[in-house]
Design a protein around this ligand. Structure first.
Ligand code: NAP
Ligand code: ZN
Length: 348
């Protein structure tokens, strides 16, 4: 018997989200039922709802930064138990058999990972995300939130945390490495915290100096305004790694010029418009331009354990559900410090 639960949904690309109810499937043998406590608002939710990445299927309940408590488990479940503190990120299933899944990189499943919302589920229904009170997820796509990280500050780690942790690890952020983070929003502020905890020398490249004090408090040693033209001449050739978290298209070739010899610029920001690259910006410094998408389940658990060990969580502004539309406007205006998180008790 499916269960009806409260949620907030978009019904079109142009109207605000409104309260609604959705059906959650019965708890199958491999499933866990999660009582959602907090759900983060990611800029990807906004890109998706507004149709910037293609036409979504409505009604759509966004939310892929989910933190909550297990309240029921299926008969085959071994990884989680009733009462556990758990999280769910951007995907809720994958084929499990392709070489990428076997390697633990389910986000790159060759048959396509199943998104937490807006994807076709195995029973033909659409998956619906975390702006709701409960969710049923197969146990392999549920991770453990360590004691010591509160659930509200843990929620954003499930997307913003892993999306920045994964490329920082892959491209070797650590002692002796100069890392720049472009954009101090939800992803950007986690990139700063994580890169600093890994021991790198961190710089923030923000549109202005408005958030400089925050950036330094979060772990950056340097902070520059990209609106100041001198930034691009003064810092030419300086960074080993640049993580671009900007949600809009930026003049990427100018940023490539900031890389040292053999440096890499990784774009995790996913603007709908292209990021135009001038070949000379790559050639003149043997530079690389790369991308990265969230992280696998094993790496997501590793990231959460790393955060617990280093006492890291997200900086959040907890809001009631009826403030979701206002929060979207503030994210679009780069007025977020540094993640809005919905208290799902307000959906009752
Ligand atoms: P966010 O909180 O809105 O942060 C983006 C930041 O980019 C802003 O705070 C702002 O920082 C800067 N920015 C915004 N517009 C800009 C512009 N026109 N020019 C220059 N800088 C601008 O968004 P988010 O949730 O961190 O997500 C960022 C992007 O990553 C989105 O496109 C999202 O879809 C994508 N994403 C990708 C993945 C993945 O797997 N690759 C996962 C999650 C999200 P300043 O004020 O400091 O300049
Ligand atoms: Zn996200």
């Amino acid at each position: 018997m499916p269960t009806t639960v409260n949620a907030y949904a978009a019904h079109s690309a142009t109207e605000g989200l409104i309260p609604t109810t959705i059906e959650r499937r019965d708890v199958g043998a491999d499933d866990v039922l999660i009582d959602i406590k907090f759900a983060g608002i990611c800029h990807s939710d906004i890109h998706t709802v507004r149709g910037e990445w293609g036409p979504p299927s409505f009604p759509l309940v966004p939310g892929h930064e989910i933190a909550g408590i297990v309240t029921e488990v299926g008969s085959n479940v071994t990884k989680h138990a009733v009462g556990d503190r758990v999280g769910v990120g951007c995907m809720v299933n994958s084929c499990g058999e392709c070489k990428n899944c076997v390697a633990g990189e389910e986000q790159y499943c060759l048959k396509g990972n199943m998104g937490t919302y807006g994807a076709e589920d195995r029973d033909g229904s659409m998956t619906q995300g975390g702006y709701s009170t409960h969710v049923v997820v197969t146990e392999d796509f549920v991770v453990r939130i360590p004691e010591g990280i509160d659930l509200d500050v843990a929620a954003p780690l499930l997307c913003a945390g892993i999306t920045t942790y994964s490329p920082l690890r892959r491209w070797g952020a650590g002692p002796g490495k100069k890392v720049a983070v472009v954009g101090l929003g939800g992803l950007g502020h986690m990139a700063v915290k994580l890169a600093a905890a890994m021991g790198a020398e961190v710089s923030v490249l923000s549109q202005s100096l408005k958030k400089q004090e925050d950036g330094l408090r979060l772990g950056a040693e340097h902070y520059y305004a990209t609106s100041d033209e001198n930034t691009f001449t003064d810092l030419a050739g300086s960074f080993d790694l640049i993580i671009n978290t900007v949600s809009a298209s930026i003049p990427i070739s100018d940023y490539l010029g900031l890389l040292s010899l053999d440096g890499t610029l990784v774009s995790v920001g996913a603007p709908p418009e292209p990021l135009p690259v001038n070949a000379f910006a790559l050639i003149g410094g043997r530079r690389s331009f790369a991308g990265s998408m969230i992280g696998g389940i094993r790496e997501t658990q590793e990231m959460l354990d790393f955060c617990a060990e280093h006492h890291l969580g997200s900086e959040v502004e907890v809001i009631p559900a009826d403030k979701i539309n206002e929060a979207y406007e503030r994210v679009l205006a780069s007025d977020v410090r540094y993640r809005f998180v919905i208290d799902t008790a307000t959906l009752a």
